[in-house]
Design a protein around this ligand. Structure first.
Ligand code: ZN
Length: 331
């Protein structure tokens, strides 16, 4: 099996910079309870054979459930409070609870950062809780034993602004890659997606310019076409739906399996109601189709699921309960 390595990919897949492109991001949630990052008792590192997954939090933010799921019967949150409250839904403010975190995937020889969250110093005037942040992400990363210069690879499951922020940091008035030695494994389909959206006059040019373009200009971006092994037991897998170029990371080491599913799922309620229209899906029907496909493949199987925004205990399994309903059972 041929793994991704810097020289291999830099020769074959270096992306040409240029062209305007755009992103869009999440809306602004209410601020209550936003910055109270959960501390352990929850695990922050999980082991799968020779591979570990460590969650590194950038920020937490609630989001109005009615806005996230327009037209959905929101009493479903209360009916499923036993497994949604308190970590995934706040009934007091009727908000779903978003965590914005990276997953650091470590093999015996490589370190991969999956999703780079919101970032600091970013101009996000339309996203109040994201705007001009001064958060402790890099300190949290160091506390997890990772210095930016130690990171071999970075990947974004997709290019919404809450998954690309720490791709870059502000240095002397310029945006530079946060991870100076890393190759950024970008989905070619996602790059094409944002560039075509910009040409069509949509998307968020600002976050493209501050979080994607500087990586392209640096020569550190590497194009990934479809599925690509990263190292022993770690693979990038195309998972279109939420966005056309969405990709997941699959871990399979010594019989232990996990999937880092990005925004295929935003909140565990979608395990039960994958057909709900979700505000954040670029194409609503494609998002639903991608979710259903994922759930069909991951229900009642021994694969630990990590979604990009599940806070609290974070990791879990998709299971069928005694009544035949799907639920997300935290590990
Ligand atoms: Zn997201």
């Amino acid at each position: 099996m041929t793994f991704i390595n810097s020289s291999h990919l830099s020769r074959r897949h270096l992306l040409q910079a240029g062209g305007a492109a755009a992103l869009f991001g999440l809306g602004t949630g209410t601020r209550a309870a936003a910055q109270t990052a959960a501390k352990p008792p929850f695990p922050t590192t999980w082991t799968f054979g020779d591979v570990t997954v460590t969650k590194v939090v950038d920020m937490l933010d609630p989001f109005d459930a009615a806005r996230a799921y327009p037209g959905a019967p929101l009493e479903a949150f209360d009916q499923n409070a036993a497994w949604l409250v308190p970590h995934f839904y706040d009934p007091g403010i009727k908000a779903i609870l978003f965590s914005f975190h990276s997953y650091v995937v470590r093999t015996p020889r490589r370190t991969l950062v999956v999703d780079t969250c919101v970032g600091n110093d970013k101009d996000r005037k339309n996203l109040k809780s994201f705007n001009m942040r001064k958060g402790p992400y890099l300190e949290n990363l160091r506390a997890a034993g990772v210095r930016p210069e130690d990171v071999d690879f970075v990947t974004c499951t997709h290019f919404h602004s809450d998954h690309t922020g720490w791709n870059t940091r502000l240095q002397d008035g310029r945006w530079v890659p946060t991870f100076p030695k890393a190759k950024y494994l970008f989905s070619r389909a996602e790059v094409d997606n944002v560039q075509s959206r910009v040409k069509a006059g949509g998307g968020d040019v600002i976050s493209y310019n501050d979080s994607i373009l500087p990586v392209l200009d640096s020569g550190q971006a590497v194009m990934v076409d479809g599925d690509a092994p990263v190292d022993d037991g770690v693979m990038i897998v195309a998972s279109p739906g939420h966005t056309p170029g969405h990709q997941s990371v699959v871990i399979n080491s010594k019989g232990r399996r996990a999937v880092l599913a990005g925004d295929i799922l935003h909140n565990p309620i979608e395990v039960l109601y994958p057909e709900w229209i979700c505000l954040f899906d670029q194409d609503k029907n494609d998002g639903i189709a991608g979710r259903k496909k994922f759930l069909d493949a991951h229900t009642d199987v021994d694969i630990t699921v990590f979604a990009a925004h599940f806070g609290g205990p974070t990791a879990g399994h998709i299971v069928t309960d005694k009544t035949g309903k799907r639920m997300f059972k935290t590990a």
